[in-house]
Design a protein around this ligand. Structure first.
Ligand code: FE
Length: 194
């Protein structure tokens, strides 16, 4: 197993963000970089792909040194789902293994969520995006009730520390900070490894 695909992604996204591109370019070109990363499933360390029977896992893979972006592996146990939630920053979701459904929502004046259109099914290699400008509220779930699914998420901030919201069906919105599931990071910078 080689971490070089992840290292190359981190480096390329950092170079893109160095140019301070507008959000559409981040979603477009950053999305293309992420599509390349999830086109192969041979680089995610096994210990960052472990499901938990109680809840979905969010393993930090990399946080940019100035918190311009973060990269997370989302590991879904069978049948697991998020609450309806927002992000407050741009986000890219690339499917690595299995499949997931993302159901978009709009909010009414009381902050209650209402389904907006059909769910989007992501298959391995596919990428979708979220942001306050293109649609930021959704609920995501494992498409499978009998197997693990994994997607790689990239956000325009250190997402584990961002103050954001979940949206219960009867409102009002609830503040939350997601944090991370792991206590150690993959060592991208050990050049003695492939
Ligand atoms: Fe999300």
């Amino acid at each position: 197993m080689s971490l070089s695909p992840l290292r190359d992604f981190v480096t390329a996204l950092g170079r893109l963000l160095d140019e301070r591109p507008p959000e559409p370019r981040i979603l477009d070109e950053g999305g293309a970089l992420l599509a390349r990363l999830v086109a192969r499933d041979d680089w995610l360390p096994d210990w960052l792909a472990v499901p938990d029977p109680a809840r979905y896992q969010q393993f930090l893979l990399h946080a940019d040194s100035t918190e311009r972006f973060s990269v997370v592996s989302f590991v879904w146990g069978p049948g697991q789902a998020t609450p309806v939630h927002d992000h407050t920053v741009w986000g890219l979701i690339g499917m690595l293994r299995g499949a997931e459904y993302s159901q978009p929502y709009t909010l009414d004046t009381q902050g209650r969520p209402h389904e907006s259109g059909p769910p989007v099914r992501l298959e391995p290699g596919q990428v979708e995006h979220v942001s306050p400008t293109v649609g930021d509220v959704h609920r995501v779930r494992n498409a499978y009730d009998d197997r693990v699914s994994i997607s790689i998420h990239v956000y325009g901030a250190n997402i584990g520390g961002v103050h954001r919201h979940t949206y219960p069906p009867e409102g009002p919105p609830k503040a939350f900070v997601s944090g991370y599931s792991n206590t150690a990071l993959p060592n991208l910078w050990d050049r003695s490894r492939p």
